[in-house]
Ligand binder design. Structure first.
Ligand code: IPD
Ligand code: CA
Ligand code: CA
Length: 256
């Protein structure tokens, strides 16, 4: 089944690369935009995955009436990094997770610009384009910490920036690239050492959490005992040697 999912996600990636103009719509607020392409990619993937697993359910960003069931449920972000897509920054991805009994068992993330296909099955490691991947082993003071700004939650902006400043002063540097799914893959493949975002939706982190943890990262949700893939969460992920420092820095400010 994983091979079929990988194929479907890569095929959908071709839609992101197409040169056709894509109309932009405003969802809510000034920062939340969606394009025709998000809708087209979602439609393509839902059709393809319905054939792979007939009767399965869908929990997808550009769809209403989402419900995370105990049966097979796909958690999908058709374009993670829509603002990057609109600005032609060539840094967006497709994120697909498969959950059963509300636990994610498969995660696939595709960056069509780099042609990098990341995937993981629970308990079976994480991979990119056929090669096993593993997190880095960096000392905290030399760590690169990436983060997201939770652009749809302006009430969290001050805290996000305060946390980012702390990392800026205690680690090597910070990064913000604009696709949470790619951030998890960067962490999983040793390109960064920690990541946080004070609010992410399930389609942003479901596949990324599995890929990062199968690659050796520790993932968690400050302020919440157990991750629940049907609602937004504060997310923290880091390599084991930096996890305590990253988690405490985020939790201390986020939970105050
Ligand atoms: C967004 C991206 C961004 C993150 C936002 C997400 P979207 O997803 O992952 O990096 O900071 O919180 O909502 O809206 O482009 O699918
Ligand atoms: Ca997203
Ligand atoms: Ca999206």
């Amino acid at each position: 089944m994983l091979e079929k999912i990988k194929y479907a996600v890569k095929e959908a990636g071709k839609l992101i690369l197409s040169d056709d103009a894509s109309e932009i719509y405003i969802k809510e607020g000034h920062a939340n935009l969606v394009t025709q392409r998000d809708i087209a990619v979602q439609e393509y993937i839902i059709n393809a995955l319905s054939e792979i697993l007939p009767g399965s359910h869908f929990f997808a960003e550009e769809k209403s009436d989402n419900e995370l069931t105990d049966e097979y449920t796909w958690i999908i972000d058709p374009i993670d990094g829509t603002l990057n897509f609109i600005h032609d920054r060539r840094c967006s991805s497709i994120s697909v997770a498969l959950a059963k009994d509300k636990e994610v068992i498969i995660g696939v993330i595709y960056d069509p610009y780099k042609d990098e296909l990341y995937y993981a099955e629970k308990g079976r490691g994480a991979w990119c384009n056929g090669k096993g991947i593993h997190v880095a082993n960096t000392e905290y003071k030399y760590a690169v910490i990436s983060f997201g700004t939770s652009p749809y939650r302006s009430d969290l902006t001050e805290k996000s920036m305060e946390i980012a400043k702390k990392f800026m002063l205690s680690c090597a540097d910070i990064r913000r690239i604009g696709s949470a799914a790619i951030e998890f893959c960067d962490l999983a493949s040793g390109r960064t050492d920690g990541f946080f975002e004070l609010e992410l939706s399930p389609w942003d982190y479901a596949a990324g959490f599995l890929i990062a943890s199968e690659a050796g990262a520790i993932v968690s949700n400050p302020g919440c005992e157990k991750v629940s893939y049907d609602r937004p969460h504060c997310t923290v992920a880091a390599i084991p040697g930096c996890f305590e420092g990253v988690y405490n820095t985020v939790a201390e400010i986020y939970l105050k």
